[in-house]
Design a protein around this ligand. Structure first.
Ligand code: AMP
Ligand code: MN
Ligand code: MN
Ligand code: MN
Length: 279
């Protein structure tokens, strides 16, 4: 029997709504055997998740999802199997979180300019004093009735051309891949279907990523159609990259991304776990 993997999920350490322990318990209940916790720009949830995973008899892979600016857009690079004590990785992520706080202040100012008062404070409450992101602004705006759900609120308030948009100034690709490799992890391009890149631009990203030592691409993701998964599986094979699978689960409130519910990888690609030791 193939094991059940979900290698991309969030907790309250970033913009998920379940605590690391709740996430692990849900994964175990859904029959996930190997789970990667991949919070945005933080390793904060890993210790709690590790303890919970031991109790639940599930393999926890320590991970992270690093925010990168590449080709004028925000791109996410997942690191799998990173050593959470690694100082260079920790410092790099701390820099991104500091930027997140500056960006949040600017988002708050811009929303105030559009007549929406108190957004920074509201978003901070949703983040519980931890890492802050656009999702926390989204939850505040929904609470105040500006939109019915997260998709709508992003579309009308938080993306390019909308009042709360601030262009990201994240890590460069080289730094992100370097931090992950330096911490003993494997770098994976997250949800390649989400960037709105042309094929040529995506292939440029893949080429540079590979030269820098990146090894994988998320082929199966809740945000991909079956056709997209097949295309990215081909790109993985043609570029000798390993294929990863991840729900990008953020909590039960988002019905489009359910923990552990993932389509199988196309048979012609090499899974990122192909050479992992059995427990
Ligand atoms: P940030 O890293 O703070 O810029 O926020 C990015 C996060 O916002 C992503 O990881 C998603 O959780 C969420 N997000 C981005 N775009 C959308 C969207 N269109 N609908 C719902 N959530 C989104
Ligand atoms: Mn997120
Ligand atoms: Mn992402
Ligand atoms: Mn994610």
């Amino acid at each position: 029997m193939p094991r059940k993997y979900d290698l991309h999920a969030h907790s309250t350490a970033s913009d998920g709504t379940l605590t690391p322990s709740e996430l692990v318990a849900l994964a175990a209940a859904r029959g996930v055997e190997v789970l990667a916790l991949t919070d945005h720009d933080t390793l904060e949830g890993l210790a709690e998740a590790r303890t919970a995973a031991e109790a639940a008899d599930l393999s926890l892979l320590p991970g992270v999802e690093i925010s990168v600016t590449w080709g004028g857009r925000s791109v996410h690079i997942v690191g799998l199997g990173v050593a959470s004590r690694n100082e260079t990785l920790r410092e790099g992520l701390a820099g991104l979180r500091a930027y997140r706080h500056r960006r949040a202040e600017e988002i708050g100012r811009r929303l105030a300019g559009a007549g929406i008062a108190g957004a920074l404070e509201g978003a901070r409450e949703f983040s519980n004093g931890r890492l802050i992101g656009r999702t926390h602004f989204a939850r505040f705006l929904i609470q105040r009735g500006y939109a019915a759900n997260e998709r709508e609120v992003f579309k009308h308030y938080l993306v390019k051309g909308k009042p709360g948009h601030v262009p990201g100034e994240w890590a460069c690709l080289e730094a992100a891949v370097g931090w992950i490799r330096g911490a003993g992890g494997r770098a994976v391009i997250a949800h390649p279907g989400r960037y709105g890149f042309s094929r040529a631009k995506l292939l440029r990203l893949i080429g540079q990523f590979r030269e820098l030592g990146g090894v994988g691409i998320e082929v199966v993701s809740s945000s991909h159609t079956r056709d997209e998964s097949l295309l990215f599986a081909r790109y993985a094979r043609e570029n000798r990259l390993l294929a990863s699978v991840g729900s990008d689960f953020h909590g039960p409130q988002n019905p489009w991304a359910r923990l552990g519910e993932l389509a199988p990888l196309p048979a012609f690609c090499t899974p990122i776990w192909a050479d992992w030791e059995e427990r």
